[in-house]
Design a binder for this molecule. Structure first.
Ligand code: FAD
Length: 317
């Protein structure tokens, strides 16, 4: 079922979770161990992130270095199919521009279609670790918008080979990313919102936000979107804090602020266990407030901490 159908049929606030594919070599059981305790909350859908290949330098026995391509977390499409099969829950694979040619993207979309997956979250991806700014693959997409157009083309039966006749249509429901605190490369919020609006006009069915820790930022973002005519659902993305290191890592990695009250509470904590407690309480309060405001779904980035998310959702049902 499509995400948008879940939203249309919802009688109360829905829950959804986001997971990462396991690190290569770990095996899929590690992912099931992560998801098993969350399934009692009956998520409407589960997102699975996408991770591009990276170039790394590997030391050889003679002391020199060779450049090798490593994909640390492969398997997004197969994981989505495995989750659907095991738990009977809809999945949303993330798809990115970075590291992909358009033919590979088309093949990935065809595979997803054959697997019965009707959802995709369309993203640009970040710059590769060895690049200072995002560079598309030769002939690949530069912006999420370009990838989105490829998906809508397939939904209309338009494949890259123009002479294909009577082609089968895919039926992807398309999500895109939005940034309550602005995408870090955008010159300003208004410009970022204009590009977001273009993605919606080009066929995005809904928006999922970057994580935020201050609900006021989400509410202002939604208001700004509505003011410029973006009418699609805007799903809040939520993440717990659980280590002191996140005080600096989260702002640096995700270009978001931690509110003063939260930061102060984290600073006062003696151990990461204490931070976890603070994070759980903060997430619960954020979730309760968002639920009260009538958000369609609470989308949790579970990333290695399913028990915190579980403890929160248990108190919301
Ligand atoms: C919910 C969510 C899930 C994510 N999942 C993943 C994942 O699984 N894998 C992964 O690698 N990354 C993921 N990311 C990170 C994401 O790939 C990065 O934030 C990336 O830097 C931007 O992606 P985007 O889709 O928002 O890009 P875009 O929409 O392409 O925007 C990128 C930048 O370009 C600007 N822009 C857009 N269109 C134009 C234009 N026509 N001309 C000039 N500028 C333009 C925008 O304002 C923005 O600053 C996720 C992010 C979010 C919020």
């Amino acid at each position: 079922m499509k995400v948008i159908e879940h939203l249309q049929q919802a009688k109360s606030t829905l829950f959804s979770f986001e997971i990462l594919p396991p690190v290569k070599g770990k095996g899929i059981q590690s992912l099931y161990d992560h998801l098993d305790p969350l399934m009692e909350f009956k998520p409407s859908f589960i997102n699975v992130t996408y991770h591009r290949s990276e170039h790394v330098f590997k030391k050889k026995s003679d002391g020199s270095f060779e450049k090798v391509v490593v994909r640390k977390r492969p398997g997004t499409e197969a994981i989505c199919a495995a989750i659907m099969n095991k738990y009977m829950v809809d999945t949303v694979p993330h798809l990115i521009c970075g590291g992909f040619g358009i033919n590979e993207t088309e093949d990935a979309l065809i595979n997803l279609h054959y697997l019965g997956i009707d959802n995709v979250l369309v993203l640009r991806g970040d710059a590769a670790k060895n690049e200072s700014s995002f560079e598309p693959e030769p002939g690949g997409h530069r912006y999420a918008m370009d990838l989105l157009k490829q998906v809508t083309n397939l939904n209309n039966g338009v494949y890259l080979e123009e002479d294909l006749k009577n082609s089968s249509r895919t039926r992807f429901c398309i999500g895109v990313a939005g940034y309550p605190e602005k995408h870090f490369e955008a010159p300003n919020m208004d410009t970022d919102l204009q590009f977001l609006k273009q993605k919606v006009e080009a066929g995005a069915d809904y928006i999922v936000t970057q994580m935020f820790f201050d609900n006021k930022k989400y509410y202002s973002f939604v208001e700004a979107c509505r003011n410029i005519g973006i009418t699609v659902p805007i799903i809040p993305g939520l993440k717990p804090v659980y280590t002191k290191k996140q005080l600096t890592v989260l702002p640096k990695t995700f270009h978001i602020d931690l509110p003063t009250d939260l930061a102060n509470e984290m600073i006062r904590c003696k151990t990461d266990k204490d931070v976890e407690q603070v994070g759980e309480e903060w997430l619960l309060n954020q979730s309760r407030d968002l639920m009260k405001s009538g958000v369609p779904v609470l989308h949790y980035y579970t990333l290695g901490k399913p028990h915190i998310v579980g403890n929160v959702v248990r108190q919301l049902r």
